[in-house]
Design a protein around this ligand. Structure first.
Ligand SMILES: [Fe+2]
Ligand SMILES: [Fe+2]
Length: 185
């Protein structure tokens, strides 16, 4: 699911705000707020809603999958609470001081700590199981439906437009150039 790729890039944008020894690194409240806004619009209000409506609902039989879905659902709710808190702290009305910055960074750590394993579990367990139980034609029809929703919510450019916004933020904080992450050994 390409949507998880956007989530991964947003997590990397968040994690960049945890600081690094690289020269010139600076905490950016604006970048935090912009990342949180994209997470809300694309991940929480779009991607997760589709999961909740169309995927989670297929696993109602008691058992391992129902347990997994229960945890995933709770994690969506917890993620939304964390995003609320980050949006509030990163808004212009709150002063940027050490305590607030540390609080935002702590929330980012908790958010990323949850979402890396969350999406990995969906990719390797939930979605393969979903694909197995949904007839092929229905699966394809759902794909078209999701794409239509993407355009309704995000305009003509749909998914590509969101990716452009992510790339723009990456450029702003200096993590767009992929080659910088290649180990020089
Ligand atoms: Fe999810
Ligand atoms: Fe997901």
């Amino acid at each position: 699911m390409r949507e998880h790729g956007v989530l991964a890039r947003l997590l990397l944008l968040y994690e960049h705000q945890l600081g690094s020894s690289s020269k010139g690194w600076e905490f950016s409240r604006e970048a935090v707020a912009a990342t949180a806004n994209l997470l809300r619009r694309f991940v929480e209000d779009y991607h997760e809603k589709l999961e909740e409506q169309h995927v989670f609902t297929r696993f109602t039989q008691p058992g391992e999958m129902a347990e997994l879905v229960k945890t995933l659902r709770q994690q969506h709710d917890a993620g939304r609470r964390v995003t609320d808190a980050i949006l509030e702290l990163a808004s212009g009305d709150v002063p940027v001081n050490d305590a607030n910055r540390a609080h935002i960074q702590d929330l980012i750590r908790q958010f990323a700590r949850m979402y890396w394993p969350h999406q990995a579990r969906e990719d390797t367990v939930l979605f393969p199981a979903f694909k197995e139980i949904v007839p092929k034609e229905e699966y394809e029809k759902l794909g078209d439906q999701f794409e239509k929703r993407e355009h309704e919510l995000f305009g003509e450019k749909g998914f590509e437009g969101i990716v452009e916004q992510v790339a723009e933020l990456e450029r702003l904080v200096g993590i767009y150039d992929l080659d910088q992450f290649t180990p020089r050994i």
